[in-house]
Design a protein around this ligand. Structure first.
Ligand code: G3H
Ligand code: ZN
Length: 287
């Protein structure tokens, strides 16, 4: 069975990216898994601290492990945006393959100190676990935001990235390169798109040679996503678009089956709605 490190290495070599989709329930997990299987591409599911609180860290780890083993399929699990070492250790012990240790709101030196400690502690629990660090400001909240952030603020510089990677010994880096978490209303309607700083991505990759993750990818221009992958992005995170597809699917299932009460009859159209979204994103990332 492939390891997550092996899957990232292969994607990097082929100049493609692995899709990462956040899940909150069995409906979204099934949709992501089925989409990836249909296209026969590896996939990562993520559960942030809030999503883990709802799902149970050990329960989502058991579900992903059972899919991986029963279908002999490369699906991996990430403990997304983990803000404390205690929570990261809990996820590592539960069997997560990857931890995004996110203390990016702290000053750089303190971020480096805490991230280095997290790398050492988590690899002592499970040596094969991957640890991601984050620098720069990409905001928070995979939701619909009313106001736009100033995207020029908090961008990651190649020099900072080089220092951060060298001093923390992280496996993967989450930079701020024009990306942001969540979507504006105009993005949901399709009128505006997030745009990425492709030259910054290329320069950070050259300076660090580490795997890079693009967070906050929902609502990003498709051409920019392709160019970002060519410039050095190896994993792309999508959450808000998954949640939107889930909500649209649920609204439509409830309105077309107003008297249905059986969950396994009501929820398949919700799975289909999320699958359609995930399939389109996976096709784009693996080209
Ligand atoms: O970690 C999760 C992702 O960065 C999702 O961002 O909600 O903008 O897709 P998004
Ligand atoms: Zn993120």
């Amino acid at each position: 069975m492939a390891t997550l490190h092996g899957v990232l290495k292969q994607a990097e070599t082929e100049g493609v990216a692995v899709g990462h989709f956040n899940v909150s329930d069995l409906v979204t997990l099934k949709a992501v898994f089925e989409s990836a299987r249909d296209q026969n591409v590896p996939v990562i599911v993520g559960a942030s601290e809030g999503e883990r609180q709802f799902l149970g860290a050990r329960q989502i780890a058991a579900m992903v492990k059972s899919l991986r083993e029963e279908y002999d399929f490369p699906i991996f699990l990430n403990a997304d945006h983990t803000h404390s070492l205690a929570s990261a250790m809990e996820a590592a012990k539960a069997g997560f393959d990857w931890i995004v240790f996110d203390v990016s709101t702290l000053p750089l030196e303190e971020n480096i100190r805490q991230t280095r400690t997290a790398v050492e502690t988590l690899k002592a629990i499970r040596p094969e676990i991957l640890v991601e660090g984050e620098i720069g400001d990409i905001g928070s909240g995979s939701e619909i935001h009313d106001t736009a952030r100033d995207m020029r603020k908090g961008l990651t510089t190649p020099a900072e990235a080089r220092q951060f990677v060298a001093e923390t010994r992280i496996d993967t880096l989450a930079p701020a390169v024009g990306n942001m978490h969540g979507m504006l209303k105009s993005m949901v309607a399709g009128g505006t798109k997030k745009r990425l700083d492709i030259e910054r991505i290329r320069a950070i990759k050259e300076q660090t040679r580490v795997f890079m993750t693009l967070h906050g990818a929902s609502g990003t221009d498709d051409g920019d996503l392709r160019r970002a992958i060519a410039a050095g992005i190896t994993v792309v995170h999508i959450n808000t678009e998954v949640r939107l597809a889930w909500r649209h699917g649920l609204d439509s299932a409830l309105s077309t089956q107003p008297n249905e009460i059986v969950p396994y009859k009501l929820l398949p159209p919700v799975i289909d709605s999320v699958k359609t979204l995930v399939a389109a994103r996976l096709a784009l990332f693996s080209k």
